[in-house]
Design a protein around this ligand. Structure first.
Ligand code: CAA
Length: 258
């Protein structure tokens, strides 16, 4: 399925790639783009043959933030009526793993979008930032919360309060980027990692993602209880039997997702 501003591709078995496609606006996230990202992630997550999703843009921009031209004249009630929190929650709540492949700018809502993903692969010349204060607002797609959780209060404050951009290497060193790669290899590396994940037992992958995400904001005891229940549940899966049998029999496992 294709759409002019967000495209869906199938670059490998088990892998869907969702591409933001507004190059003329540095992939700025207007409402159409946001709705389509949420819609496509939901559809791909519902598709049994898809095991991992890559979210990307182009070489100039992952996304340069919310569309400033679209929102510049809006008032509070119109902002409320956009319902963006629901869209962000849908994107962040995708049950299947999502890898952000970031080249170029990931600013404002673009940085926030990358932070809703589970893994961030960035090209060496990618630039991140939450520059919203420079235009009289603050991050509105989770930046004040997710950046702080990802890199700690003092680094997050340093960038949110100045609006300064930071390099992919700084992002990597702060723990915001999972892997830093040469610019030309960003998409390929993200797809290769997605293929690697797609070959693993999907129930285990889904539960691992859920345990990490739900546990990160819970008390340790709650997170540990959740993890324990998840691993216990996995012992009812065929893939657990197959994975362990294959190890013992020294052969490659055949996972079915059951
Ligand atoms: N919204 C709307 N249009 C945007 C845009 C944005 N966020 N970012 C870039 N564009 C448009 C530009 O207006 C320009 O359009 P025209 O050709 O019609 O003039 C086109 O994309 C190309 O942009 P530039 O010429 O500026 O390209 P550049 O390579 O010189 O600079 C940039 C790229 C550094 C990303 C610069 O465009 C920029 O600073 N963009 C704004 C970044 C920003 O402030 N993002 C935060 C937005 S607020 C937000 O995201 C709130 C939230 O959390 C929900």
């Amino acid at each position: 399925m294709t759409h002019p501003v967000v495209l869906v591709e199938r670059p490998a078995e088990g892998v869907a790639l969702v591409r933001i496609n507004r190059p003329e606006a540095r992939n700025a996230l207007n409402m159409e783009v946001r709705k389509l990202i949420a819609q496509h992630l939901t559809e791909q997550a519902d598709e049994a043959t898809v095991r991992c999703i890559v979210l990307t843009g182009n070489d100039k921009a992952f996304a340069a933030g919310a569309d400033i031209k679209e929102m510049s004249g809006l008032g509070s009630i119109e902002m409320l009526q956009r319902g963006t929190l629901k869209l962000w929650s849908t994107i962040a709540g995708c049950p299947k793993p999502v890898i952000a492949a970031v080249s170029g700018f990931a600013l404002g809502g673009g940085c926030e979008l990358a932070m809703t993903c589970d893994i961030i692969i960035a090209g060496e010349s990618a630039r991140f930032g939450q520059p919203e204060v420079k235009i009289g607002i603050i991050p509105g797609g989770g930046g004040t919360q997710r950046l702080t959780r990802a890199v700690g209060k003092f680094k997050a404050m340093r960038y949110i309060l100045t609006g300064d951009l930071f390099s992919a290497r700084e992002a990597y060193e702060m723990g915001l980027v999972s892997e830093l790669v040469p610019d030309a290899e960003v998409e390929k590396r993200a797809i290769d990692m997605a293929k690697q994940i797609a070959e693993l037992p999907p129930l285990a992958i889904e539960m691992a993602k859920e345990a990490v995400l739900r546990g990160v904001d819970a008390a340790l005891d709650t997170g540990l209880a959740l993890e324990t229940k998840a691993i216990q549940l996995l012992f009812s899966s065929q893939d657990q039997k197959e994975g362990m049998a294959a190890f013992i029999e020294k052969r490659k496992p055949k996972f079915t997702g059951k």
